[in-house]
Design a protein around this ligand. Structure first.
Ligand code: PLP
Length: 218
């Protein structure tokens, strides 16, 4: 068994029922991504459109492709055609561009709202207090379907220090869930990476985005 196969099987066996693995493929060869899929990965995360384009051409749509990078407004057209979910929607302007593109193609685009839970000036994502208002606006766009929240959280030495940012995002998620806006469905909470996914799951994540622990030898 290759180490990628072993990694994916170990992680999938460990995840509680209802928690999905997004194997984050940035910088990996399509053959490595293929191995992860053969081992059971069902969702692939991509940060770069070109890489995703290449991988998707080879692998096809047997898996769900999630965009987890920063989406520039001039790349919306490509992103809408390539991805099954955009996890990093962080502005109304971008949502409007997605809506305009989807209106042309007839697609409805599932998205997660990226939350800048650590309030970091250099990070993308909406500040927590902006999330509700922005989701209300997006809920009026018929071809953009908000399905939950995503956060990165600050880079911390000890993963335990990242817990409060997951808690912040979880609280927002619960608040949005009970607000009953039309055209939104708070189903996914995407948080946690290789070094933090166990903590994120304890704090309510049901999507974990894992790169190194999938694609690197442990
Ligand atoms: C790279 C990346 C990950 C995975 O990080 P690892 O530390 O390799 O597990 C998760 N989410 C996003 C947005 C990323 O860019």
């Amino acid at each position: 068994m290759s180490f990628i196969t072993a990694n994916v099987k170990r992680i999938l066996a460990e995840l509680p029922a209802g928690v999905e693995l997004v194997a984050v493929a940035k910088g990996r060869e399509p053959s490595a991504v293929q191995e992860a899929i053969d081992a059971g990965a069902r969702m692939i995360g991509e940060n770069y459109l070109q890489e995703a384009d290449k991988a998707r051409e080879i692998i096809g749509d047997r898996v769900q492709w999630h965009f987890v990078g920063h989406l520039q407004r001039n790349k919306v057209k490509k992103a809408v055609s390539l991805f099954d979910m955009i996890e990093t929607l962080d502005s109304l302007a971008l949502a409007r561009d997605i809506e305009a593109r989807c209106l042309e193609t007839g697609k409805t685009m599932p998205v997660l709202i990226e939350v800048n839970s650590g309030r970091e000036s250099q990070k993308w994502g909406l500040l927590p207090e902006k999330v509700k208002g922005t989701i209300e606006e997006i809920s009026r766009l018929p071809h953009v379907r908000v399905m939950g929240l995503m956060t990165m959280g600050p880079r911390v030495g000890n993963p335990e220090e990242g817990r409060p940012y997951f808690v912040t995002t979880r609280r927002l998620f619960d608040e949005m869930k009970t607000s009953n806006l039309p055209n939104i469905e708070m189903r996914y909470l995407s948080m946690g990476m290789s070094n933090s996914y166990r903590i994120a799951i304890k704090e309510g994540a049901n999507i974990v985005r894992i790169g190194r622990q999938v694609f690197e030898r442990s």
